[in-house]
Design a protein around this ligand. Structure first.
Ligand SMILES: [Zn+2]
Length: 195
């Protein structure tokens, strides 16, 4: 007994009793669905990057690594599903896992926006010394000021900054970092100033 690739109903014959598609039509329908959901997922990942640029979390690098792993895991799953669909193999369980992953970047993007946009608490100003900086170009440019940390248990902070602030500060500068606690508890950086 296998499951129909289109509707997931158990199927004894080539034509599914439930949705009426034969196995190649069901394969085509499934691959179209996979493509649409993958596109929705990729848009969500872009929305997340936009949200985290708007309200950059202090732990941006760790969060980006997590989102990157999720991104490649999900795309890898999509490729695996596509291959199984082509060979008409059983894929119900894998498909459910995949469908469960699709909305995650949108949820994280909404969380990140809410964390910054609805944060009404007054920002804290923390003093730190710039000990290094690095920037990475490419499609998703990232610039960080590496500063001494004001948090217990942290040695340094990698503060996300825009191009202007990145050029404005050099090693050894003492700076003031304006930080918000975040509505859902993800601290984010408002701005960096010269002391
Ligand atoms: Zn069916």
């Amino acid at each position: 007994m296998t499951h129909c690739l289109n509707c997931g109903a158990e199927r004894g014959a080539d034509v599914c009793d439930f949705c009426g598609l034969n196995s190649s039509e069901a394969e085509f329908a499934l691959r179209k669905k996979l493509l649409n959901r993958t596109a929705f997922f990729v848009l969500g990942a872009l929305a997340f990057v936009a949200a985290s640029n708007r309200y950059p979390p202090l732990e941006l690098d760790g969060i980006l690594i997590f989102i990157g792993l999720l991104f490649f895991l999900t795309l890898g799953l999509a490729i695996g599903l596509e291959r199984r669909a082509l060979r008409h193999l059983e894929l119900e369980a894998l498909k459910r896992v995949y469908y469960g992953l699709i909305p995650l970047p949108w949820i994280f993007a909404a969380l990140m926006l809410a964390n910054g946009a609805f944060d009404r608490a007054p920002p804290q100003v923390e003093e730190a010394r710039v000990v290094g900086k690095f920037s990475m170009g490419g499609a998703l440019p990232s610039r960080r000021l590496v500063v001494t940390s004001w948090r217990e248990g942290h040695r340094i902070e990698r503060v996300p900054v825009d191009r202007v602030n990145f050029d404005n500060f050099s090693r050894g500068d003492v700076v003031e970092v304006k930080v918000e606690d975040g509505l859902v508890g993800i601290p984010w950086v408002v701005d960096v100033f010269h002391r």
